[in-house]
Design a protein around this ligand. Structure first.
Ligand code: PLP
Length: 308
């Protein structure tokens, strides 16, 4: 027990370096390059009523991140990673949870800090489901700002690998707080919309949905929305979304594993559409949560894995 126990997630269970432990006991050495260089990648998965949402898609994505980072001494393949996830879930007993999978470069074996001498590290934790957005925001939508801070260019850091190197988001968040908002969307150097801290964005214009194709993390929620739009007969594409097109949209919403589909009611204090969540946003939200009960999109947690 320590003084972090008051923080969120305290009931959670984690795993690192081959051992399960309480969430508050998880810690990496300050020499881990995941801390020093943000040389890491991660994924976040949602469990609803004892079932992982799109487990294979998340594992495909996380494995792709690991391969691109070149973490070949992680010591865990897909099967053992899922075993560990089940192990964390079983120890918590949670039916609704977030699973975090984190891989870090690890600690170099010499003072030269040669990246190639590191033993890569896997950290997993399960914490009770908490939505990162309030019910009021889900009901009425949120007010976002367009930040002056631009997204780190993809030529510098590949945004399609989920990572904690996010000082652009930190600066954009400060801008948002100053303007009384909690959410900032970042543009690239050409005035094209990218994304915000932990979410993708969609705009509906003349009945067509568009979400930025480049310079973003390829969200599982974004993919789900693209698939669901087909069911609704709404044309949905990835492409270039100029900030003026976003401002003039009839509907807009944010997508993330941690928040689902969140309507945007205003951008820089100007209402989007009539300033209330629109019909397409609402229909997508219903379909999205229905999918969490669909066996084709979900995988049962093995709660018998407590001795794994
Ligand atoms: C996680 C994340 C998203 C959303 O991805 P999901 O797979 O839908 O949760 C979007 N942008 C960034 C920067 C993210 O970290």
């Amino acid at each position: 027990m320590n003084d972090q126990d008051h923080s969120y997630g305290a009931e959670g269970i984690g795993y690192m370096d081959g051992e399960y432990m309480g969430f508050s006991d998880l810690r990496i050495p300050v020499t881990d390059l995941g801390f020093q260089l943000a040389d890491m990648c991660y994924d976040a998965i949602h469990v609803t009523d004892g079932r992982y949402f799109r487990l294979d898609d998340h594992m495909d994505r996380f494995e792709a991140f690991i391969a691109e980072r070149g973490y070949d001494s992680l010591g865990h393949d897909r099967e053992t990673m899922i075993r560990v996830m089940d192990g964390c879930m079983a120890r918590t007993g949670f039916r609704d949870a977030f699973l975090m999978l984190v891989a870090t470069r690890g600690v170099p074996t010499s003072a030269k800090k040669d990246l190639r001498t590191c033993r890569n590290r896997l950290i997993v934790w399960a914490m009770g489901y908490h939505t990162v957005v309030t019910d009021e925001e889900l009901e009425n939508g949120c007010n976002i700002i367009v930040a002056d801070t631009i997204r780190i260019p993809e030529q510098a850091v590949d945004p399609s690998i989920k990572n904690f190197g996010r000082l652009d988001f930190v600066r954009a968040m400060s801008e948002a707080y100053e303007k009384g908002s909690q959410y900032a969307v970042l543009l690239d150097g050409d005035g094209l919309v990218t994304e915000g801290r932990g979410w993708n964005i969609f705009a509906l214009t003349e009945g067509r949905l568009i979400s930025p194709e480049k310079g973003v993390l390829e969200g599982i929620t974004r993919r789900t929305v693209l698939e669901l739009s087909e069911q609704l007969n709404v044309e949905a594409t990835l492409g270039k979304l100029h900030v003026d097109a976003l401002r003039g949209a009839d509907e807009a919403f944010l997508t993330s594993t941690a928040g689902g589909i969140m309507p945007v009611r205003a951008i820089d204090d100007k209402p989007v559409g009539d300033g209330a969540p629109g019909p397409v946003t609402k229909r997508l939200t219903t379909l999205y949560w229905d999918l969490h009960k669909n066996p084709d999109y979900t995988t049962a947690v093995d709660y018998g894995a407590a001795d794994a």
